[in-house]
Every structure is written in C-alpha cells, then in structure tokens.
Design a protein around this ligand. Sequence first.
Ligand code: GLN
Length: 453
Amino acid sequence: DAYLGAIEAANDKLNAYIVETPDQARAMAAASDAKLAKGEGGALEGIPLGIKDLFATKGVHTQAASGILHDFKPRYESTVTQNLWDDGAVMLGKLNMDEFAMGSSNETSAYGPVVNPWRSTGSNADLVPGGSSGGSAAAVAAWLCAGATATDTGGSIRQPAAFTGTVGVKPTYGRCSRWGVVAFASSLDQAGPITRDVRDAAILLKSMASVDTKDTTSVDIPVPDYEQALGGSIAGKTIGIPKEYRMDGMPAEIEELWQTGIAWMREAGAEIRDISLPHTKYALPAYYIVAPAEASSNLARYDGVRYGKREPGEDIQALYENTRASGFGQEVQRRIMIGTYVLSAGYYDAYYKQAQRVRTLIKQDFEKVYADGVDAILTPTTPSAAFGVNEMATASPIEMYLNDIFTVTVNMAGLPGMSVPAGLSKDGLPLGLQLIGRPFDEETLFTLGSVIE
Ligand code: GLN
C-alpha cells in the first residue's frame, strides 16, 4: 500500500510507470502474506518490484515503450520475471524506457520522457534519469518500488543507475535468460537489477539469474549466493585502472571521483595497477554497427501482422510500410536504417564484418589484463552527471551516443559490470563508479561494490 500510494503521488510528475497493476499487486501481496503467516515463502516474498516494459509479462501490457507494440499483451512470461514471482516478488507495474531500449535519456519512449527525481542544487529544471532503463532507475530512486528489473545492451542499466544514485548490475552475458525479453541486439542484451543498495542488487540478481533451456545463450554455471560476497576482504585483489578511459575533455569532477574510488580501494587493501585496453576507442563506433545490425534483424518481426499495432494498406506490402512507418519512433527507424545498410551485400564486409573483428580485439584486451592477474577494473560510469530534459535530444544523435563511452566495451566483451553511487557532482547530482569483472565473477563486483558504497 505504501508503494502504491507513492506511485499515485509521484508518477504523474516522474512518468516512471507506463502501466500500473495495483490489483495484481494486492493479490500477489495477499498470497505472500498467507505464505509468510505459515512461515513459508521465497527469498523475495512480498517484495514489490517494478518491471521494465521490455520483459514479457503474461496478460499484462508489454509494449517496449513503442507505438508498434501498442496494446500488446503476451501470453507468456519472461524467464527472469517468472523467477522473481517464483521467489515471491510482487509486481507493481511496467516501467517506462527508451523505445526498444534504444537511447540514453529515456526520451525516445512513445510514452514520453521520464523525469529524474534528482535536481541540481538551486534549480528546479527537469533532468533525464538516463536510459534506456530510465523508468527503472527513477522508480527505484524515488521509492516507487523496492527494486526493479532492467536491461543493458550498451549501458542501459549502469548509466541510469549512475544518473539517479542507484546501484545497477549488468551481469555476464548468459547469466540471466533472455527468453521473453524483447530483443534489441541479441548478442549484447542482458537483464539485471537496479536497486537502492548493493545488498538489494545481490539479492535480486540471485533470483533473476538462471540457466534456461529456452535461451541457448544462457549458461549453466551455478548462481552463487551473492549476498555472501558483501563485505568480504579485498586485500590482495588487483584493480586495473585503464588509461584509455582518461579521455580529453573529461570533467575534473569525474576524474576526482575516479581518484577517490582508487583511494578507497587502496585503503581497503587492494593493489592498484595501471593497465591498457588499447582498442577502447573503437568500441563505440563498432557498437553502433553491431547493435543496429542486430536490431534491424530483430525488429523485422514487427510487421503489423503478428504483434500489436496494425495500419491497414491496399496490399500486404503497404500494410507493412504503413505499420512500420507510424509504429516506430525516429530513433528506432534510424537504427533500422543503419543496421540494414551495414548488413547489405555491398557493405557487409566493410562495416559489419570489420566491427565484429574489432569486437574480438576489444574482448582480447580484457582477456589479456585478466590473464595478467587483474581481478576487476575501476572506471567512471559516465562522462557527466544527469543532463537536462531536451538538452541532448536536440543535439546530434552522436552526442547522445557518447554517453555510453565507458559502458559499451563491457557489452562488446560480454563481461559483468556494476555502477555504484560514489559521490555528488558540483551541482549536487549523483555520480557513479563502474566496476568491470571477469566473466561470471559477479561476486568480486559485489565485494568491491560494498567497499565503494
Ligand atoms: N544507449 C545505448 C543505445 O542506445 C545503449 C542502450 C541499451 O543498453 N539498451 O544503444
């Protein structure tokens, strides 16, 4: 009731929820109460969560914040959300996001932008919560849910977490099943939690993660009890500081935050080592070939016949065209065009194949430092604090893409990453530090994350 009341009071302003499910929430909570009264119940019994609109929820609107999925209600439940319900969690509703998870500010949503609950000191201007999981991050930061699901293809869990003072974990590719998660770029997409602290993230990820026969890229590695990793010693751990992340024009406050994080690690007994990830500068351009290529293929299924919206036309071709032209927003259309172009016969080798080669080099950069004994890598999560609503959306798309400069490499390499709130900007806005781990070693991230927190 407290969370439903908070949504009632704040959602008109924040626009974090695009679908509210109070009846379902009350029914699920009552079932949890009954279980708890009998001394039963799962790890998340009665915990109210918000679900990013990218996760299919049976019988409940799942629209990927896109016009083309208007009114779509799946007849199936995503594996990640099913895992949460099996552990007793309660669904409060579906959270706003960038359309099909394409964006870094939550301004490409067909349901309007999400407003960050934070304000700069002395200003009342609306700020973005980051994206694409902007609804998840804003809802957690404003106490409109106890925790939220999110997804990260190039930074969409970590960047909004940094912009809202929350914790976001992008697990290793394969840790969480992608089944029932609307596909953006299948080789990069991963589900993960956004929460108010590191412990909640550990609890939520434990429940979300699983191997799944319905997703052949999910991996059969036992899911550890991440909570056990909190507060552990980091003495003797080696933390890599990649010099390529210290880029020209990086604001002084971001550099200072990074130095503070390094000092905390050192004080806690870690060894700090300067490392080089030489292909970092190619990560963003390569990402913006690979991700749109996969997106153009994944989004081919929205044809006006199988899902959601249908615009009539004289023949089937016209039906496709009319549906796709009116159903997809501008950023999604841009991605489809880029993706189709880089996959087309004459350009495939020059762009797509080349980007895949670069991706391998990026992955090898990380493999090399890990083989040399580095346990985890520490960087800033974003090059700035949250920016104003409309500020970037009106700039060029490239400027928006630059927000992901520190996060996309992690997806390209399939590694786990975590953003932890680490301080405030000079304007009083939250800033995050990013931890990058070895494949399937989320535990070390939780241990290190609890040092930063
Ligand atoms: N901002 C990036 C993009 O627009 C990443 C999005 C994501 O991680 N889903 O592609």
